[in-house]
Design a protein around this ligand. Sequence first.
Ligand code: GDP
Ligand code: MG
Length: 731
Amino acid sequence: MEAAVKWKIKEKSTATIALAGNPNSGKTTLFNAITGAHQHVGNYPGITVDRKEGTINLKDTTVKLIDLPGTYSLSAYSQEELVARNFLTDEKPDIVVDIVDATMLERHLYLAIQFIELGIPVVLALNMMDDVRKQNLTIDTEKLSQLLKCPVVETIARSGKGKKELLDTAVSHVKDENREPTPLEISYGTELDLILDDMTKIIQEYHFMTDRYPARWIALKYLENDSQIIRLGRLNNKISKKLEGIVDRTKQHCMKTMKVPPEAIIADYRYGLINSILKQNIVVQEKTRQERIDFTAKLDRVLVHRFGGPILMVAVLYAMFQITFSLGEVPMGWLESIFGWIASTATALIPEGMLQSLAVSGIIDGVGGVMGFVPLIAIMFLMISFLEDSGYMARVAYMLDRVLRIFGLHGYSAMPFIISGGIAGGCAVPGVMATRTLRSPKEKLATLLTAPFMPCGAKLPVFLLLIAAFFTEYKAQMMFSITLFAWVMALLVAKLVRTTVIKGESTPFIMELPPYRLPTLRGVFIHTWERTWQYIKKAGTVILAVSILLWAAMTFPGLPEEQTNQFEIERQAAFTTIQSPAEREQILTDINNLEGQTALRHSLAGKVGTLLEPFSQLAGFDWRTNIALVGGFAAKEVIVSTFGTAYSLGDVDPEDAGTLSSRIAADPTWNKFTALAMIVFVLLYAPCVVTVVTMAKESSWRWAIFATAFNTTLGFGMAVAIYQVGTKLFT
Ligand code: GDP
Ligand code: MG
């Protein structure tokens, strides 16, 4: 027990790590890889004669690394073993990193078991993982770690792979207050266990070296005939007589009944334990390469079948988005209530006025609107990562390549389109970033310029709003047509730019279709997290800034004083003249709404909207639509919430825009064709700011600005055509 206490580490910024292991397990190689030293490495046992030390500075820890001589065991058979053992017990390193040759687990775990028996905190390094892979083997490190109750890390000392993870694991294990270096008590069979118990009692009674070793371990060493322990024991006559007497009797008994000395029995039991651990499918023979190739070929006969393949692809992708939306609803609701709670708390805490308006309408609602999409994005990325890691996305690209090629694009363009919302509900920011997979710069550019046409998740609420207002009977058909229209436009524009401004040969689609694999949970989660975090970070920072700007544009300059006074007088009049409370309430709301609208029209944004009206009327857009569309440049979600403000309904929840849609439907300035023109314009016009910045980063500012101008012109042209032709022909 005392030993265990001493090994527990207080909070300190240095850690002593001892590298131990069988000879030839790669200790010195690993030591050199970590410290950058050049100790002699030899492919034969016993090369490390005395111990080497090195120091490395990690972020907040100085690590002292000691390369111990290689040992097969912790008995006292050889000089090396004693050096290693004495170092461990006398100098008490914070942790022992036991390097094992993973291709010879059974033999090498023998030493590991003894460390654990001695109650030393151990991290296991499975070295030579490259050789393991070459043999088509995999090792279930997680299970091994559970069974041995110590962290296990895979390494390839020769290339340095895994050394950082190993160090981090060791250091964090040192700092882990809860790690319990309780010595492992292996059963050595009923007979020996009873004898060990008796001896342990005697050792504890006399406190014989219990400050250095666990009592049962000392007893075990006696049975193993450990010369060092026996010699130390003889310094105390009484105890040595008692213990050696027991050992002698046991030895005779063992020789008589089993024809082997106790140490052999002990070794047998240790190997028995190791085997019982290894039997639990720790080392798994992977399907051989050929088997995997056969399996892949069989699966591909179905999955990329000329006719069946594309149908299946549409089904898979459709299912993916279906799942995304149905799963995402719940956490989206949570986030909504969280942001709602934050907003109401802020409203309660901050006194009414500019500051409150900025915090609630500007910051919380603005950023919250974007953050609200995080669950959807995360779930979608989770599924896309799964499809990618499994090898299926490569097939999707392969199948779409036939179509994309006609329009000067490439099979690899498929992913950016899909991520941007090609099936509905993506985001052009990761979509544009996904164009990195395209090797030809021209094809990359063409993809990057057209991906933002896709119906991303932020455009969806706008479509839903307008469909609810004007096309209630054709909801599904409208959504389908919008998606199809987006693809047609993207492909046509791609063809246009590829035959004009970025002319050039198309590159062949050489894609080695990877074998199908079951993705690892860890890999999928890491991918998902990385992408989601990027979305949060990028969108979060830009949206915050834009929300504040937009809020300011819609707030300043306030109404002139005489107008504010005028509204106040009207309110007073309502108070004094109208008796019925309900009626008074209604009138007051109307006055407030009117004041809000007048203030909005008077604001900077309102003035811009009004200024644009002569042009925008060509497509049927009035000044309020203009503000919303200008705001939508910041983020497309802003269109709906701006409409809400502009139509005096305050904040509109994009999900249940029912009331807003009926307001819009009832507004005489709107009709079906205005709505269609608006849908087409929102689909095509300038990508949002975050996308434009991302496009600039992926290509250049010139192209990003080109896209902004070109897309807006194209969108407006189409909107005007639809509105003009529609209203002339059908009304
Ligand atoms: P030590 O006796 O434990 O210090 O082992 P060494 O560091 O001297 O390495 C023994 C041999 O194994 C050398 O030939 C190394 O190049 C080789 N070796 C070490 N680590 C690896 C590894 O991760 N993979 C492979 N394939 N060989 C390794
Ligand atoms: Mg060595």
